[in-house]
Design a binder for this molecule. Structure first.
Ligand code: PGA
Length: 250
């Protein structure tokens, strides 16, 4: 069975003190979740969050560069993250692809590096509104996976997590219907099976894009969706707790 994941992507939000207060609040509420809880936080607070985290929570990085060290001003490497106890990284988020112009080649290098370092990559894919309107959403996501995974062996991807995040649903309040999200996540699993065989059954595939306490239950109920990657609604601790415990009844 695949353990579901509830992952917070804080993006460029919260100070160090606010991040720590969030963890304290979570601890105080004694949240008991059947899901694996992950928080992808800004680099500056990772070290403190790892120290303040409960063993069952995962603190992850939103970004890293694929070289170990050197003249890469402003960047952070995978070994640096590992050295402070960070084991999980986001790769391929649409904001990195679009705002920071990260190319498919770069995302492939990052994925290879994360796997080589035995970190857990949460690799994001997803189509634009135009691609969906043109019926190109399946081929777009297939191509993103092919390009990122080229030459990678099946054994290496066992712990990899994939997040389907349609760009038009991120931060817009517009969620894909549970049916659309499930259809794409099933497509992703089938494609992973084509590429890597039966390991695809073990892979956790998340949905992301305007997930909130009122719609998470329906999303989590889909057979090929193993959790959610949440931006906006993960910033308030009470909302995150509601997400982590399966959502509000609506
Ligand atoms: P959102 O962001 O939940 O605010 O739509 C999701 C994400 O970007 O991971």
């Amino acid at each position: 069975m695949r353990t579901p994941i509830m992952a917070a992507n804080w993006k460029m939000n919260k100070t160090n003190a606010e991040g720590l207060a969030f963890l304290d609040y979570l601890r105080g509420k004694q949240v008991s979740s059947k899901m694996e809880l992950m928080i992808f936080a800004p680099h500056v607070m990772l070290s403190d969050l790892v120290r303040a985290s409960e063993p069952e929570w995962t603190i992850g990085a939103q970004n890293f560069y694929y070289e170990d060290k050197g003249a890469y001003t402003g960047e952070v490497s995978a070994p640096m993250l590992k050295a402070i106890g960070v084991s999980h990284v986001l790769i391929g988020h649409s904001e990195r692809r679009m705002i920071f112009k990260e190319s498919e080649e770069m995302l492939h290098e990052k994925l290879v590096k994360a796997l080589k370092e035995e970190m857990v990559p949460v690799f994001c894919v997803g189509e634009s509104l135009e691609e969906r309107k043109n019926g190109a959403h399946f081929s777009k996501v297939t191509q993103q996976l092919n390009s990122a995974l080229e030459g990678i062996e099946a054994e290496k991807i066992r712990k990899m997590v994939i997040a389907y995040e349609p760009i038009w649903a991120i931060g817009t309040g517009e969620t894909a219907t549970a049916g659309d999200a499930e259809e794409m996540c099933a497509h992703i699993r089938k494609h992973m099976e084509r590429l890597f065989g039966s390991i695809a059954e073990e892979l956790r595939i998340l949905y992301g894009g305007s997930v909130k306490p009122s719609n998470v239950k329906e999303i989590l109920g889909c057979p090929n969706i193993d959790g959610a990657l949440v931006g906006g609604a993960s910033l308030q601790a009470d909302d995150f707790i509601a997400l982590a415990t399966g959502g509000n009844d609506v």
